[in-house]
Write a protein that binds this ligand. Structure first.
Ligand code: HEM
Length: 410
């Protein structure tokens, strides 16, 4: 070893990663007794890190680019070429500001209202039959996202679009046929999205002047050039796809309310739904890691990180870090009563700052939708049919086995 960061005793950890899933990092940080280790994944040398200090190193000072930072199958489903995730520096900040603007808190009321209406309609249509939250809410979320974005919903086959958006998320953790199928769908959905942008630009679809779709269609890059139809389409999907994916957190919101019924009463009384939702985001398995490629050499933990080195920041391990969270495996929203709000501690949606780094610009939207859903559930009359509530933490992304089925009174 050439320094302070220990190497694991095995040459390649790909098998261990598949065997341990989300828990891969936690088990090995425990083993090495530190917040970093070196190994290989899919043959490529990698340094895996966790915790608030590691997150700060990862996100501050622009030390890492997101290029070659994730396996290419994930890259193609979740972050396409030309998208905000692949930009750095000035170009990134400029593109990011578009997302920050359209997702401003003042814009989110329309999103949550549309979601409540669309979801209410689906519950009514189910007529008392059980709905799997993870499978049913994406449609309401997609309809809400389209309406919020300004795209006339009647021009869209919302069921097909929803299926395509969700298949991108579901298959991001897989390789092989299901991933190829999802990638083929992605190309069809990208074509639809860029055609929507072009139609807005040509005035073929009338949209409100300040709607997200109008701002996206009219956005100019840092040099003053409009985005290509393709790039603008990719960014439209960067708004619609993750809103549909909030369904996963909604399934875990329902699960947490069922497992901790005292919170039903507290939320009904208007008591800290924000803590509850943060605790669901901290404990629910979704993005296990984010990756980066070092843009230059630097020293950390007594080791040299060289230009081109691959580093993974373990989000799951950081959200369960004993140094930050007392009894990390316990679901306890009250822990947020005394939380200091460190941007590198609660990182289910990435570390650091939204403006300067790659942190998710959709956190406010995610929280708004989860809070709305929690409020809906505490007032709803439903039963929980017999089912498997456990999540397989070897599967990326994880979900309760039966996708969280609830039967609402008809
Ligand atoms: C980036 C998670 C919801 C839009 C990210 C990143 C993560 C993440 C881990 C990468 C952060 C990094 O690289 O450091 C999630 C989770 C969500 C969610 C778990 C809950 C379902 C949303 C929503 C939107 C959104 C609702 C938009 C409406 C984006 C965009 C980026 C991003 C555009 C790229 C930001 C950049 O590269 O600067 N998200 N996200 N996400 N997310 Fe989210």
């Amino acid at each position: 070893s050439d320094g302070g960061i220990p190497a694991l005793g095995v040459p390649d950890s790909t098998a261990g990663f598949l065997a341990d899933g989300y828990e891969f990092g936690r088990r090995r940080f425990e083993l090495v007794g530190g917040d970093a280790f070196r190994t290989r994944l899919m043959g490529r040398p990698v340094t895996v890190v966790f915790g608030a200090e590691a997150a700060r190193m990862f996100t501050e000072g622009s030390r890492f680019s997101r290029e070659r930072a994730m396996p290419s199958t994930v890259q193609h489903l979740l972050q396409d070429k030309g998208s905000v995730q692949t930009l750095e520096g000035k170009a990134h900040r400029h593109r990011k500001s578009l997302f920050i603007d359209v997702l401003e808190p003042a814009e989110l009321g329309r999103l949550r209202e549309r979601f409540v209406v669309a979801w209410g309609a689906q519950v009514a249509a189910a007529g008392g039959r059980p709905l799997a939250i993870a499978d049913a809410t994406p449609l309401a979320l997609t309809r809400a996202a389209l309406g919020w974005s300004g795209i006339p919903i009647e021009l869209v086959d919302t069921e097909k679009l929803t299926e395509h958006l969700i298949s991108m998320v579901d298959n991001a953790g897989r390789v092989g046929p299901s991933n190829w199928r999802a990638r083929a769908k992605r190309h069809g959905t990208e074509r639809w999205a860029s055609e929507a942008i072009i139609a807005v630009r040509h005035g073929q679809i009338a949209v409100a002047e300040h709607s997200p779709i109008a701002r996206l269609a009219g956005h100019r890059d840092a040099e003053g050039h409009p985005l290509s139809g393709e790039d603008a389409g990719v960014e439209l999907l960067n708004l619609l796809r993750p809103i549909a994916a909030v369904s996963r957190f909604l399934a875990f919101t329902a699960l947490a309310l069922i497992e901790h019924p005292e919170w039903k009463e507290r939320i009904r009384r208007g008591n800290h739904v924000d803590w509850f939702v943060n605790e669901v985001r901290r404990t629910a398995p979704f993005f296990p890691v984010v990756g980066g490629t070092a843009r230059g050499a630097f020293d950390w933990r007594g080791s040299r990180v060289r230009s081109g080195d691959w580093v993974l920041l373990d989000l799951w391990a950081t959200n369960h870090d004993r140094r930050i969270w007392r009894e990390p495996d316990r679901f306890d929203p009250d822990r947020f009563a005394t939380w200091d709000g460190d941007v590198n501690a609660l990182i289910p949606q990435g570390p650091g700052s939204v403006d300067d780094g790659h942190r998710c610009p959709g956190e406010g939207a995610t929280i708004a939708l989860m809070e709305e859903f929690a409020r809906f559930l505490v007032d709803a009359d439903f039963r929980v049919p017999p089912q498997d509530l456990s999540s397989n933490l070897r599967h990326f992304p994880a979900l309760p086995a039966d996708h969280m089925r609830l039967a609402f009174a008809g």
